[in-house]
Design a protein around this ligand. Structure first.
Ligand SMILES: [Mn+2]
Length: 479
């Protein structure tokens, strides 16, 4: 083990400690490991003419990936000898194709290191090459009276380009786009940041709290993080640097994706700044995203595993909400329980209601860690509200449920950062995915603003929550 760790070099130029090749998986994290099976005596007798190494494949449980054990036994019992030989040969040949074979299969994806533009996509233009200006957020709105003129930005916020801008502007929240697209099967998350900037719904008054987050907080649009659209691996390394750059100034990073692979560099960056184990995660998703030994090191199905495996967050501080997709299966639920993870499926919500489930989730998130990262995969919402996402699953949250949940989470916790991911607006023939995502973003901003103003948890504005002309709901509290 020590030799393996020493042999794994640090990726040059990344500026952080992601080992390449990645550290070996613990045995218990390997999915789909075959389990040896017992071959009944009558079946064994029929296999007398089959080569021993092929019979061994059956005994080792390896053929179970291609044909279910009892179905295989039935076929062996009933097939004529010649047909049986051909059948077992076919399974053995298929097996030889499926698994990695040293010498035959490439084990890394090659890059052309002779390219003159190898790092150009993420090399930042030095400030001395720009016209001189004072550090601080820049308002790109042309007009005094509204947010329509000028240039489209997240929540209509001023823009900032550098950490110096964030520090000079005492920025509370930096919203940054990360148009990473490759980790999802059904694409278009590349347009998530663009669509949110172009669509209304973020910035402006929140009626529940009667707070305009833009007038309580210093909010900026920090532009987009550079993405190598042909490599999730290269992209996430730079995302981690950029999220860390924001968090180090004291601003809260809100990352607009992009696919859910982003959660890994985001949470790793938060742990870089606040310390490993000092950040908990509340993860909204219809999927569990704990894919273990998939072929690719990072996809939108495996950020949770990467975060836990590298120890950025303890499993007991990892809280999932809204799961309802076909996975995890019983084995994976068992694996998650054994790790100590806390999951809250839609089944639990059905049984106990949102209030109880969120009370429990928030209490869990606070048990060990002081800071909270919220990773919000928009597919936790029902496709009726969020059709523009790569892996929609029916039976999800309504916007009426999601907004108070996000407002409350942000108001009651010390937020390390937030990501809103898997917004793929052009998979939606309407505006609603972008609009709803922006309203969720505004609910987060409102919650952060409520916390800054010291408002109590579950605050409702006395002005908006009733007309106040009489004491219909009981005598009003004097404040
Ligand atoms: Mn996800």
């Amino acid at each position: 083990m020590a030799a393996a760790a020493a042999a794994s070099a640090v990726v040059a130029g990344n500026g952080f400690d992601t080992p390449n090749p990645p550290p070996p998986l613990p045995q218990e994290d390997i999915m789909g490991e075959p389990k040896p099976i017992e071959i009944p005596a009558d079946v064994m007798a029929k296999l007398s003419g089959i080569a021993p190494e092929k019979v061994a494949l059956i005994k080792q449980g390896r053929t179970g990936r291609y044909v279910e054990k009892d179905a295989l036994f039935d076929r062996i019992r009933t097939m004529p000898a010649a047909e049986l030989t051909a059948y077992i040969d076919a399974i053995a040949a298929l097996h030889a194709q499926v698994e990695y074979q040293e010498g035959r299969d490439a084990k890394t994806i090659p890059l052309d290191t002779r390219s003159a533009w190898f790092n150009a996509w993420k090399a930042k233009r030095p400030l001395v090459m720009d016209p001189k200006r004072d550090a601080g957020p820049m308002d790109l709105g042309r007009y005094v009276g509204g947010r329509r003129g000028g240039f489209a930005t997240f929540a209509g916020a001023p823009v900032a380009m550098t950490p110096e801008d964030l520090k000079a502007g005492k920025v509370d929240v930096a919203i940054v786009g990360a148009p990473l697209d490759m980790g999802s099967g059904w694409r278009n998350a590349i347009d998530g940041p663009r669509a949110l900037r172009m669509t209304g719904g973020a910035g402006g008054n929140d009626m529940y709290a009667m707070i305009n987050p833009g007038s309580v907080l210093e909010i900026v649009d920090y532009g987009d993080i550079a993405i190598d659209q042909n490599s999730t691996e290269r992209s996430v390394a730079h995302v981690r640097e950029m999220v860390r750059e924001i968090a180090r100034t004291g601003a809260i990073p809100i990352v607009i994706g992009g696919d859910h692979s982003l959660e890994y560099p985001n949470v790793a960056a938060a742990a870089d700044v606040h310390g490993k184990g000092n950040v908990s995660v509340v993860h909204f998703d219809s999927h569990y995203d704990v894919g273990r030994n998939g072929v690719h090191w990072i996809t939108h199905g495996s950020p949770v595993y990467r975060v836990l495996h590298e120890g950025h967050v303890r499993p007991q501080d990892y809280i999932q909400v809204g799961l309802r997709a076909r996975g995890p299966d019983l084995e994976t639920f068992g694996w998650m329980r054994n790790k100590g993870m806390r999951y809250h499926t839609m089944v639990e919500v059905e049984k106990h209601g949102w209030d109880k489930v969120m009370d429990r989730a928030i209490a869990e998130a606070r048990q060990n860690a002081k800071k909270l990262w919220i990773s919000f995969d928009v597919d936790v919402l029902d496709p009726a509200f969020m059709p523009g996402t790569g892996t929609p699953v029916p039976g999800g949250l309504t916007m009426r449920e999601a907004q108070p949940i996000m407002r409350r989470l942000c108001a009651e916790n010390d937020i390390a950062g937030i990501d809103i991911v898997e917004v793929a607006p052009y998979l939606d023939t309407s505006y609603k995915t972008a609009l709803n995502s922006n309203y969720l973003l505004n609910a987060c901003l409102t919650g952060i603003a409520m916390r800054k103003k010291g408002l109590p948890p579950r605050y409702w504005s006395p002005v908006s929550s009733e007309h106040g002309q009489d004491d219909y709901y009981g005598p009003k509290k004097k404040s």
